[in-house]
Design a protein around this ligand. Structure first.
Ligand SMILES: NC(=O)c1ccc[n+]([C@@H]2O[C@H](COP(=O)([O-])OP(=O)(O)OC[C@H]3O[C@@H](n4cnc5c(N)ncnc54)[C@H](OP(=O)(O)O)[C@@H]3O)[C@@H](O)[C@H]2O)c1
Length: 317
């Protein structure tokens, strides 16, 4: 029996009855240590995590797949169907005829027959290459053929390679573009979201289209090369945490689920993995909201129409 049961949400256009657990474990890291990924995933499964977030870019698909195979072998979960696995299409493969082969490659790396959610990682394409790099050289960036790429995503779902499809880092305008021709609408938009980048308009828009928003960098990615201290170091959040006897991380994560969004949070530390699940049996107050609503807004990632310069962001200290 796991220590925590994570609530779940239904995805609007999934081909599966499997719902998405509201907390997913992120696996994006600066330097990959496959053993550390494996140990963390196994620990997470023991605690009750059932949703794992990776991407072909991250280089963690192999270790995640090995950990899941091990969890099944050890009987920590009784079947693959109990788990929810998300991976993403990298920009080099964001071309009509490369989408299905890219997911097949991810599935081989994950040692899986299907995933639960496949996302377009960013709304841009890059020249085809099997070497995924970030930053992408500016001369390799291309505008995306949204219709063609989305057809490829839909084909992945129709072939049963993924149970649902979605987007990441998409503005409402770009989602409207997809919705204009989609026969399977996106189930999810995964975007940066935390108390210092609240995404209020995008959340409302996605709700109106039955699209679940998943918050990445919910703690401001503290400690990573793309991260900031402006979330975990925020004084108002510290005061709220103190008043509740919770941590700042728990305040951030609780705030996200109260917005109706879901979470991708990364921790490979046993205590913090546990801490990040301690958010389901208490609530924020109106006073807390007064404080959180006043937090100065500043995004970590650039806007999607500034993506040509996005990749410099990953070089910032
Ligand atoms: N779609 C996209 O473009 C995109 C972009 C970025 C991220 N993501 C996904 O979202 C996931 C999460 O985002 P993220 O990794 O950028 O940032 P994050 O989850 O906000 O922050 C991760 C950092 O916070 C630390 N941490 C975790 N829990 C903590 C706690 N309770 N107290 C103090 N520190 C804590 C972690 O260190 P320890 O491991 O030492 O605990 C790690 O350094 C990623 O791993 C990835 O799967 C997606």
């Amino acid at each position: 029996m796991s220590a925590f049961t994570v609530p779940e949400v239904k995805l609007s256009s999934s081909s599966s009855d499997r719902k998405m657990p509201v907390t997913g474990l992120g696996t994006a890291v600066d330097n990959i240590d496959e053993n550390a990924v494996k140990v963390a995933v196994l620990e997470a499964v023991k605690l009750g995590y059932r949703h794992f977030d990776t991407a072909s870019l991250y280089g963690t698909e192999k270790a995640l797949g090995a950990a899941i195979a091990e969890a099944l072998r050890l009987g920590l979960v009784s079947s693959r169907e109990e788990l929810f696995i998300t991976t993403k299409l990298w920009c080099n493969d964001a071309h009509r005829d490369l989408v299905v082969p890219a997911l097949k490659k991810s599935l081989r790396t994950l040692q899986m027959e299907y995933i639960d959610l496949f996302l377009i990682h960013w709304p841009i394409s890059a020249k085809p290459s099997d070497k995924y790099v970030c930053p992408i050289a500016k001369e390799d960036l291309l505008p995306m053929d949204f219709k063609g790429v989305w057809e490829g995503m839909e084909e992945c779902q129709r072939l049963g390679l993924t149970k649902s499809i979605g987007v990441s880092n998409f503005s409402s305008k770009k989602i409207e573009t997809i919705l204009a021709f989609a026969t399977i609408p996106p189930s999810v938009n995964q975007v940066e979201m935390n108390p210092a980048w609240q995404q209020k308009k995008l959340i409302e828009f996605c709700k109106s289209k039955s699209i679940i928003v998943t918050a990445f960098s919910p703690l401001g990615a503290i400690g990573s090369s793309w991260g900031t201290k402006q979330v975990m170091g925020n004084e108002a959040l510290k005061q709220i945490a103190k008043a509740h006897g919770k941590t700042v991380a728990q305040i951030c994560l609780r705030w996200i689920i109260e917005q109706g969004a879901t979470i991708a949070v990364k921790s490979f530390n046993k205590e913090r993995l546990k801490e990040n699940l301690g958010i389901f049996d208490w609530a924020l107050t109106d006073d807390d909201y007064d404080k959180i609503n006043q937090i100065q807004q500043q995004r970590l990632m650039p806007k999607d129409d500034e993506l040509a310069s996005l990749f410099d962001v990953f070089n910032k200290v």
